[in-house]
Design a protein around this ligand. Structure first.
Ligand SMILES: [Zn+2]
Length: 327
């Protein structure tokens, strides 16, 4: 059993009574170096933090009618459903299906059918969804006339996944979760990662009206800030610049960063899309890009990252821990 498998195995079999020690005993990422006075560590005046929530963050499943993809999705869900301590819910941050952007109605229907039937068969946890670019129907279709279809664009995913809206929020156990819609159509071709005017105004209001004692976790399909967005292509421009693109990280990052600075209770931002894992700590907020359940679109690992999902423990003091399970 290699170290990664050991971590996954331990996580799955850890006893419910060992909540805090379990998590701190097996960091999946190298802890940052922090110097502190030893007496602080011995102090008994600090009450122990309490874990209030555990979520399984699955992203970029990219399922389609195909044995490898179907079995892989089923295995990931089985694993996420057997965590101990149990997950309170699943966050799926998008790209549930392989692709609807360029596909016909029949092909899109077949993919959603597989997604829904595996979810029904292998999962008993509540699932919270964000919309991924590949969940959007018809934007890049070569067939004309789809624009007038009732399910065109994001509507199909909204209905299929039972979303209240393309972006929304909810509160649970002292944490507020804000689920964003990262993907906007570029009329000149392709898509761009940013929040449209209406959504930005909504987000600003959500942050302003959130009680300051609630901790905030923001979820987007495309990372708001990510280091691996710049590594996705693993290539350089002819002049030597790293090749990155406007559909790999939020192009409104500076605007969002300036907004976030007013709200110190924003703790964590979660994303997928890149199929790579990273952790960026920037101006008091942690940004986790959490890999992909499908790895390299069901063809093994993408760059250095095998198929995986993340487990996140949330604490009452606004802190959190993350582990990866190579299911
Ligand atoms: Zn994506």
């Amino acid at each position: 059993m290699n170290r990664r498998n050991f971590i996954a195995h331990t996580l799955l079999s850890a006893a419910a009574t060992s909540s805090v020690t379990t998590t701190s005993a097996m960091p999946a990422t190298t802890p940052s170096v922090v110097t502190t006075d030893a007496s602080t560590l011995m102090s008994e005046s600090v009450p122990p933090k309490k874990r209030v929530l555990r979520i399984a963050h699955l992203t970029d499943i990219h399922v389609k009618p195909d044995k490898t993809a179907e079995e892989g999705m089923a295995r990931a869900l089985k694993s996420a459903n057997s965590l101990n301590p149990k997950a309170d819910f699943i966050i799926n941050s998008g790209d549930c299906i392989m692709d609807a952007l360029e596909k016909t109605k029949e092909e899109t229907e077949a993919q959603w059918k597989v997604y829904k039937s595996i979810l029904k068969a292998e999962n008993t946890l509540p699932v919270v969804h964000a919309i991924g670019n590949h969940d959007i129907w018809g934007w890049f279709s070569k067939f004309n006339g789809l624009q007038t279809e009732k399910l065109y664009g994001k509507q199909w995913a909204i209905e299929e996944l039972g979303l209240p809206k393309r972006y929304y929020s909810f509160e649970r156990a002292g944490w507020k979760f804000i689920i964003l819609d990262s993907v906007q159509l570029n009329q000149a071709g392709g898509y761009i990662a940013y929040l449209d005017v209406e959504q930005y105004a909504w987000l600003e209001n959500e942050l302003k009206t959130c009680a300051p004692n609630k901790h905030i976790c923001i979820v987007s399909h495309i990372p708001i800030l990510s280091m691996c967005s710049g590594l996705f292509y693993g290539k350089h421009e002819p002049n030597g610049d790293l090749l990155t693109k406007r559909n790999l990280m939020h192009t409104d990052f500076f605007k969002l960063k300036n907004l976030f600075k007013n709200f110190p209770n924003i703790r964590l931002c979660l994303s997928g899309h890149i199929h790579m894992q990273d952790e960026v700590k920037y101006l008091g907020i942690t940004y986790y890009c959490n890999g992909a359940v499908c790895g390299a679109w069901w063809k093994g690992a993408f760059q250095d990252f095998p198929p995986a999902y993340a487990v996140i423990d949330y604490y009452d003091d606004g802190s959190f821990d993350r582990y990866f399970v190579n299911y």
